[in-house]
Design a protein. Structure first.
Length: 160
């Protein structure tokens, strides 16, 4: 399987990177990647604990103001995690995005939780855009969950 570098540019200027398996790619438009958590991870601000071996399927769209991470154990969805973000590059070697700090966790029941609002600096020029994106994501979280689950199945079937 082909690998790709996922690069997250944070508002504080720091950069995080992960080496992922590239599942699907429409250069400049869309990509899906697979990453397996090497160790257990507790999601800050929630009661969700992702066990070691959790499969993350990341989805990146040039025409959407967020990324989506589908967390799975086997066929079971643990949650979908949407990060408000600006996609900067989507290609075979690199997927890069500017993370706008605020996230939405969607549980398999369709309930959702806004996370990390405190990380968006007070008076940020991005605050209004972030609020609009969150409103859109929260409008129908159950439908978004189904859409991401379908996109994940399609990406897993495509495997480049």
């Amino acid at each position: 399987m082909r690998s790709v570098l996922e690069r997250k540019l944070r508002l504080d200027g720091s950069v995080q990177e992960w080496r992922c398996d590239l599942l699907a790619l429409e250069p400049g438009r869309y990509a899906a990647v697979r990453y397996v958590l090497p160790e257990e991870r507790a999601l800050a601000g929630t009661d969700l604990v992702l066990p070691a071996g959790t499969v993350t399927i990341g989805h990146y769209w040039a025409d959407r103001p967020y990324t989506a991470y589908h967390w799975l154990t086997g066929e079971l969805t643990l949650a979908v995690y949407c990060s408000v973000a600006e996609l900067l590059e989507v290609g075979a070697e690199l997927i890069a995005y500017r993370d706008l700090a605020v996230d939405l966790l969607i549980r398999p029941t369709g309930s959702c939780e806004v996370l990390d609002e405190h990380e968006l600096p007070a008076g940020s020029p991005d605050a209004a855009a972030v609020a609009r994106v969150l409103a859109g994501l929260r409008a129908d979280p159950s439908a978004l969950l189904v859409e991401i689950e379908i996109a994940t199945r399609k990406a897993l079937a495509a495997r480049l």
